[in-house]
Every structure is written in C-alpha cells, then in structure tokens.
Design a binder for this molecule. Structure first.
Ligand code: ARG
Length: 258
C-alpha cells in the first residue's frame, strides 16, 4: 500500500476525476488508514511503499505491478501523468526480495486489469491495458490469461467491475463488459454473484476478498447484503475521498502473491 500523502485530483484520466472540485489529501489519508487497519485486524500483513511527490495517483498500488508466484510483471502506464509509477514500484520489488521483475514491453496497469484466480488470470482491456500485455503476462507467468473487454468508461479497469471471491469464483457487474465477455464470464463462473448498477456506481466491485472476508466500499449496500447471504463476511470501508480519483479498496491494494 502507499499512503496518499500527495493525493490530489489535478488531472482527469477517468470520468470520476474532476480537477475543479479536487480532493482533500488529509481526508484521504484518514480513510486510507482505516483500510490499512482493517487489513491488519483481519490478520493480513501490509507492506508500504514511500509515496512520491508529484504522483497523486500513486496511492492506487494495485496498478503498480502484477505479482504471481513471486514473479513480478511490471506496469507500463497508459497516461504520462502516471508513467513514473511503473519504475518506482519495480524498484520497490527489487529492493524487497523479488528478483524476477519483468519490465513490460506492452501497456498494462498491473492488478488494475489483471485479477488472479487459482486456474486463470482474468485480464481487462478496452481502456488501459493492451491485449498484447495479456499475452506477455501469460508467457512470463505461465498462467492462462483470459481476455475480457470493458465497454463502460466509468469501469475503465477490470478491478472496478469484478473481484475474485477466493480462487474459483467472482462477483461482477455485467454492464461493464462486452456481450462476448459476458458470455465468457457466464461460462467460467456459473455461480458468480452479479452486482447491480447502483452498487457498481459506488465502486462496490472494487473489493478485496481473502476467501471469507470482503473489504468493500460501505455504500454498496445491496451487494453487501448479497455477500452476507452467500456466507461471506463483508468489511465495509468508507473511501469516498479516494473515489474522487476513481479508486476504492482494491485500487489501494497490490497483492504480493508468493
Ligand atoms: N486515478 C487513477 C487512474 O485513473 C485511479 C486508479 C484506480 N486504480 C484501480 N486499480 N482501478 O489511473
């Protein structure tokens, strides 16, 4: 995770961002601290990367890389405003015991568009990550990568529209995907939890599930009830300030998969 000390909304690279309205870094830090505390109380270790001045979106650690089996597929950001984050996260990896770090040739925004399950990695494209990066990641990680096409600009990263429920199931908002990708999801995950437009519109799908607990935006009230009904333990979090940049709990979290 990366503390949002330098968080701001000074440019707009997704429809959630309004530079005129801006955002409050102090409030963002407070909300982010509650997210970090939630992970700790669930027993998950949290490592931190130092925030860099001039990189207001660096708090969204999910975009910094994709780590699977201890191998690190480096991010290569779409927009110049975030270019410098890729090397910063790659450097952190090298300094923290990850020796296999691939500098990607193709544009990709790490776990923003790559979500890892036991059998496959689901990969988003359409707004940020290039399809060629899906192939590059598959070759480097040796895991099957399934391409999914995103069609609604509010859901510009895969992790804004879908989250894994442990290793073999997912929750998602069908409206974010092309018809073909919806059919792929139905085939792969007949037991999936489907979220509605209201829960999607508060970034309720930008959640983190450890198999039992689901750290999720508190405003996703219907989805929270559905999760409870299916035996999961929702952990509601208020990250409304970070949503002004288009992010939620998952965006703030890069999973280091050994
Ligand atoms: N403002 C950031 C951007 O548009 C938000 C990134 C959110 N991260 C995520 N994993 N969805 O790039």
């Amino acid at each position: 995770m990366c503390r949002p000390e330098h968080f701001a909304v000074t440019y707009a690279i997704n429809p959630w961002m309004d530079p005129v309205a801006g955002a409050d870094a102090g409030k963002a830090v407070e909300q982010w601290e509650a997210l970090r505390a939630a992970y700790r109380s669930l027993g998950h270790a949290v490592s931190l990367i130092d925030p860099i001045e001039g990189l207001p979106d660096m708090v969204f650690a999910a975009n910094g890389a994709l780590v699977v089996g201890g191998r690190v597929y480096g991010a290569k950001f779409t927009y110049p405003e975030r270019y410098a984050e890729g090397p910063a996260y790659a450097k952190w990896m090298l300094e923290n015991g990850f020796s296999e770090v691939l500098e990607a040739e193709h544009t990709n925004e790490g776990e923003g568009d790559f979500l890892t399950l036991d059998r496959v990695i689901l990969a988003g494209t359409g707004f940020r990550t290039d399809i060629a990066a899906h192939q590059e990641a598959q070759e480097f990680l040796g895991r099957p990568v399934v391409t999914l096409r995103l069609v609604d600009p509010r859901f510009y990263h895969l992790d804004t529209a879908l989250f894994p429920l442990g290793g073999d199931n997912v929750a998602y908002y069908p409206g974010a995907f092309s018809p073909g990708s919806r059919a792929v999801l139905e085939r792969l995950f007949p037991e999936a939890i489907l979220a509605g437009a209201q829960d999607a519109a508060v970034l309720g799908l930008n959640a983190v599930c450890d198999g039992r607990n689901v750290v999720i935006n508190a405003e996703a009230v219907e989805l929270i009830e559905t999760l409870r009904g299916r035996g999961y333990e929702p952990v509601p979090i208020d990250l409304s300030e970070l949503r002004k940049a288009g992010g939620g709990p998952k965006c703030c979290t890069l999973e280091l998969r050994s």
